[in-house]
Write a protein of this length. Structure first.
Length: 117
């Protein structure tokens, strides 16, 4: 067995409770960072266009995706390539710069996804 980092002893009352899954104090729970969702065979995505920031930059968000870093990273790369645009992978979404709602909807439906929005 490989050695895993042991939770530090925390004396604060607030931090005394320990997460039953990872054994770290609740305030320092590691579950959210390590837990990855399985990618289902039939994916559902929510598409929306947002204008964010002071410059009113438009981004298309493919939301409601599984929390799976490898999957999201690969999807982001593929969608960026397809749209010829920049973008990033979030925790459960992929963000593509510009309004690519129509193109992305078609692209994802062709893959057999259920696309809402
Ligand atoms: Zn935990």
């Amino acid at each position: 067995m490989t050695a895993r980092p042991r939770p530090k002893t925390v004396f604060s009352t607030e931090l005394r409770r320990v997460c039953p899954r990872c054994g770290w104090p609740i305030a320092d729970c590691r579950c959210a960072q390590t837990r990855e969702d399985a990618v289902p065979a039939r994916l559902t995505a929510r598409l929306r266009v947002e204008r964010a920031g002071r410059k009113g930059k438009t981004v298309t968000i493919v939301d409601g995706l599984p929390r799976n870093a490898a999957f999201l990273k690969e999807l982001a790369a593929e969608l960026k390539r397809a749209c010829g645009s920049g973008g990033t992978a979030g925790e459960t979404w992929v963000e593509i710069q510009g309004d690519h709602c129509t193109a992305l909807r078609e692209l994802l439906r062709v893959r057999g996804w259920v696309v809402k929005g």
